[in-house]
Design a protein. Structure first.
Length: 602
């Protein structure tokens, strides 16, 4: 009997198909032609998405993984194609997203002869990858790719497989190379002991101002968290990635911390005497966790995370759902807490302030009104690709995450140019949903060639460019540096609507508050007709209020609120009241005012 044969590259694609991969993002080069041939053969089963820069392909794969939880796949050819992948792969690494990168290599017979575009790729990917291999035989190609996918899932990171081009053409035995059956088995969840939960409850009982800081893993258990927050009277702060995981309309959800914060969250956290970090892995902990003394409880399902941001008073290795269920079961309802009430009141007023800014009807166009319009047209299950810069702060503050919405950012790596690739990945993964890209002009102009990808695949993305000819996130940082002029942050303006039109995308420019609603209506109508659209919103370079400059400390047995010495040194406003007023917030009150009102003691 003759053994059935299959090209090694086709066998590799069948492995991807078995793992449920639908889209593969990349740009061909000569050293990748054996896989390109296979992609053509398998086009009914797997979709090759031609991006216009490998960086965009790698970022789209990372965004796909972050949005869906499923592996994202990207490729680049030997040499420049491989190098261009790096930015997107680092984004995946830093945000723990499973991504497979297939990398072309010259035919193995030409390797080590200083051949055209040949370079040693494996060492280059060593730092970014959790698994990094060059295929050594045609027969092992599907096996190595299968193993790479398992490693990417297991280690929540990037797996790289370098493929000498000639191996892909070779016929190998046609057998089932994929090991996807492991997907059926859920990992066992760690759970707390009764004693651990009782110790936690004792710490809560002895605290005057306990506060939660929770990570995005809470999403499935947000109901239990809210029940415990109410029962024990503990307000909640969240990490940036947890935005939307705890409903914004829960009165005890104070929102995010630090620079992208709500005022109430930063203020309340600064007075906490007990911080309960629940799956929170916070990249700014070194700033925010070290401003004052508090007791620290950490509950995490990853044992390698314990103590990495703060010394522990209590560490509980547990899944958040298991922990919350037991804490609810073993706790008694706490008496009403003045700290909880004061925090909730401060948050309510903060939300009213944001609402006021969004609904301004006079003055120049600024980012708040753009967000009002996005919220107006956004559907319940919209998907957002949000680019790095002010749009991160602004989306955390102004974007309405209610409903079944999904969003993604380049969180820890924070690369600019993420919005377009994320929107492409979002629209391909969720073809029936409305998808937005929200980018600053600096970020957008790094990847704008990939509007062509939206056109090529008929992706009706709503691209919003918040365009102020400034790297505004950086400008704000420079504003706070003593005796520093603005340096290198001003950008040449462009007519992004015209650029979009030149690529086949409907382009709309909006310069005034009056023009804004009609522009968004037109954008909506365009995408409903199946076409991508771009709104170039010419906004001011106004800065949002930097609430991270607020500081609380105890003087004579009472909390006192000030603005940081650094801010005072670089700005005219010296009092908290003047600080609020300079950001159009004369009605805002320091948390200390609420403390007095509700009787919170230091
Ligand atoms: C990085 C940066 O400053 O971006 P933006 O101008 O969108 O804030």
């Amino acid at each position: 009997m003759t053994e059935k044969k299959i090209a090694a590259s086709v066998a590799m694609l069948k492995v991807l198909e078995a793992w449920g991969v639908k889209d593969v993002y990349g740009y061909p080069g000569g050293s990748f032609n054996s896989t390109m041939k296979a992609l053509d053969i398998e086009k009914e089963n797997i979709n090759y998405v031609q991006v216009r820069h490998e960086q965009v392909g790698a970022l789209a794969a990372a965004a796909h993984a972050k949005l869906t939880g499923q592996i994202g796949v990207t490729f680049g050819s030997a040499g420049p194609g491989a190098v261009n992948l790096l930015n997107g792969l680092y984004d995946a690494k830093e945000d723990h997203a499973p991504v497979l990168a297939l990398v072309g290599q010259v035919p193995h017979t030409n390797m080590n002869y200083d051949y055209f575009q040949e370079f040693p790729e494996v060492p280059m990917f060593q730092d970014v990858a959790v698994y990094d291999r060059i295929v050594m035989t045609p027969e092992s190609l599907p096996y190595v790719v299968d193993k790479a996918i398992r490693e990417a899932y297991k280690n929540k990171g990037v797996a790289v497989v370098v493929i000498p081009n000639d191996f892909g053409y070779v016929e190998i035995p046609d057998v089932d190379y994929a090991s996807t059956t492991i997907l059926d088995k859920a990992e066992p969840k760690p759970a707390p002991t009764d004693e651990e939960v009782d110790k936690f409850l004792e710490l809560v009982k002895n605290a005057k101002r306990p506060i939660f800081h929770v990570g995005s893993g809470i999403k499935e258990n947000a109901d239990k968290l809210i029940e415990l927050s109410r029962k024990l009277q503990i307000p909640i702060t969240i990490t940036g990635l947890a935005k939307g995981s705890v409903p914004d309309d829960y009165e005890g959800n104070l929102g995010t911390l630090n620079r992208a914060a709500s005022k109430a969250a930063d203020e309340a956290f600064a007075t906490a005497d007990l911080v309960i970090a629940l799956g929170a892995d916070f990249p700014f902990a070194n700033l925010v966790y070290r401003t004052h003394d508090f007791k620290f409880v950490q509950i995490d399902n990853d044992r390698s995370h314990f103590g990495r941001h703060h010394f522990l008073d209590l560490g509980i290795w547990s899944d958040s759902g298991e922990f919350l269920a037991k804490a609810l079961e073993r706790s008694e309802t706490a008496p009403e807490s003045a700290f909880f009430k004061a925090s909730v009141a401060a948050m309510k007023d903060w939300k009213a302030y944001l609402n006021k800014l969004m609904h301004k009807e006079e003055g120049p166009l600024s980012f708040e009104q753009v967000y009002r319009e996005i919220n107006r047209i956004a559907e319940e299950n919209a998907v957002f690709g949000i680019d790095t810069g002010d749009n991160i702060i602004n989306s955390f503050r102004f974007l309405d995450f209610k409903g079944d919405k999904k969003w993604t950012i380049s969180a820890l790596f924070a690369t600019m140019g993420y919005g377009v690739p994320a929107a492409i990945a979002g629209q391909l993964a969720y073809p029936d949903r409305q998808v937005f890209n929200i980018s600053g002009d600096g970020a957008f102009s790094m990847v704008m060639q990939d509007l062509l990808t939206e056109v090529k695949y008929n992706l009706p993305v709503i691209n919003i460019v918040t365009s102020n000819q400034t790297l505004n996130f950086i400008k704000s940082e420079q504003d706070d540096i003593f005796e520093m002029n603005h340096s290198g942050i001003y950008l040449v303006d462009a007519d992004y609507a015209k650029i979009a039109e030149g690529m086949g995308v409907k382009g709309i420019t909006v310069k005034t508050l009056e023009e804004l609603p009609a522009a968004f209506d037109e954008a909506l109508a365009t995408t409903k007709a199946g076409r991508p659209v771009l709104i170039d919103a010419k906004i001011t370079d106004k800065r949002g209020i930097p609430v991270e400059e607020l500081e609380l400390h105890v003087e004579d047995g009472k909390f006192v609120e000030t603005i940081s010495a650094g801010y005072q040194a670089t700005h005219a406003e010296k009092t908290v009241e003047d600080f609020f007023a300079s950001y159009d917030g004369a009605e805002l009150k320091p948390l200390t005012a609420y403390f007095e009102e509700y009787g919170v003691e230091a």
